[in-house]
Design a protein around this ligand. Structure first.
Ligand code: SF4
Length: 133
């Protein structure tokens, strides 16, 4: 089985975009480096041949910064199979009133939230590997 692709939106200038990117990096670089990898959304959008080949028909998890779902839509248009799609605001309920930072840095609460988002995806990676999905 090839590595599960975990792809965040680019969300530049928004804290939700930064949270999406940092959580995806935590999954692919720290928590599940053997089972997952991430790809640059800009290359997905521009149809970079190497990236397109890596995505087509492959299992993907996307994390978007808002309801525009740029990552989910681009991955699907490129032929990736999005088995789990999230957007950062979906998990905000328990974090109301917290300051998470800006588009360029995360506060301590922001890092905690990114970790929580990463853990959600880690559990999904485990389920996918176990064939639950
Ligand atoms: S999903 Fe929202 S935050 Fe992310 S790149 Fe698209 S518009 Fe920006």
């Amino acid at each position: 089985m090839s590595k599960i692709k975990v792809i965040p939106c680019s969300g530049i200038g928004k804290v939700f975009g930064l949270l999406a990117r940092e959580s995806a990096l935590m999954v692919t670089q720290e928590k599940c480096p053997d089972d997952t990898e991430t790809l640059c959304l800009a290359h997905v959008v521009t149809g970079d041949n190497e990236v397109v080949e890596k995505i087509k028909g492959e299992t993907c998890i996307t994390m978007d910064g808002c309801a525009k779902y740029c990552s989910k839509k681009s991955v699907e248009e490129t032929g990736g199979i999005v088995v789990k799609s999230h957007k950062v605001p979906d998990f905000m309920k328990a974090h109301r009133g917290e300051e998470h930072g800006t588009g360029t840095y995360l506060t301590e609460d922001g890092w905690k939230y990114a970790e929580e988002l990463a853990e959600i995806m880690v559990e999904e990676v485990k389920e996918i590997k176990a064939g639950v999905n």
